[in-house]
Design a protein around this ligand. Sequence first.
Ligand SMILES: C[S@@+](CC[C@H](N)C(=O)[O-])C[C@H]1O[C@@H](n2cnc3c(N)ncnc32)[C@H](O)[C@@H]1O
Length: 250
Amino acid sequence: MQSAPQAAPEPGSDSAPKEGAERARQVRTIFSEIAPRYDLLNHVLSLNIDRRWRRAAVARLDWERAPRGLYLDACAGTYDLALELCGRKGFAGRLVASDFAHPMLVQGGPKIASEPVSAVCGDSLVLPFAEETFDGATVGFGVRNLADVRAGIRELHRVLRPGARLVVLEFTVPPNPVMRAGYLLYFNRILPVIGRVVSGHPWAYTYLPESVKEFPGPKELGGIFEDAGFSDAGWKLLSGGIAALHWGVA
Ligand SMILES: C[S@@+](CC[C@H](N)C(=O)[O-])C[C@H]1O[C@@H](n2cnc3c(N)ncnc32)[C@H](O)[C@@H]1O
């Protein structure tokens, strides 16, 4: 077991984010392999702040418009964001939770056993649903992993009913220079080591900071929402800009 801090990956190395079909294969491999430790690592590495972020995401969904509606959680992983919506007082709807890494869905299976959540194994870039199916959609820490972010946001727009909201929760890089320095130190040096030790995966948690660094900032992502046809697109930084919420109305 190594414990020395890792340097940024060489382009072309396993952990450097890839493009196109290679990217999809890389991401599916990572999440399939880390699935058994994903929940533990999520809460440890974020110091449990991820729970607060998920609550904030659901609060932006405007599900109260259709409390008996059908909702999509894309890139659902082990269902934590889907469960956050199910747990809202007054929510009486149903959820479809989709992900292309089958082991993630299986790993989280016991958590949804008595919840109104149906799991679907599928690619968010070609969602297996008809147009205007859902009353709202969420994506937690998934959009950054898509091989084509624009295509993914367009696809989400396609499956939403007019007036339904999309809420995306993603990591971003804090704008404040002091905070950014601390964040980058943690993300580049500490997180990959903890991730490697706890998950046993040699490079999955080196991919994570790399994928955040190459992801569009909140303003650019807001523009991508608008280009995809969303109106009232907005965004809000969370925890000083470690994460950001994005939303838009279909
Ligand atoms: C960081 S996890 C987030 C899981 C969950 N949403 C959460 O908040 O904990 C990212 C998830 O996105 C999934 N994912 C990435 N790209 C995908 C794609 N193109 N289609 C479907 N799922 C995808 C991965 O398999 C993984 O389970």
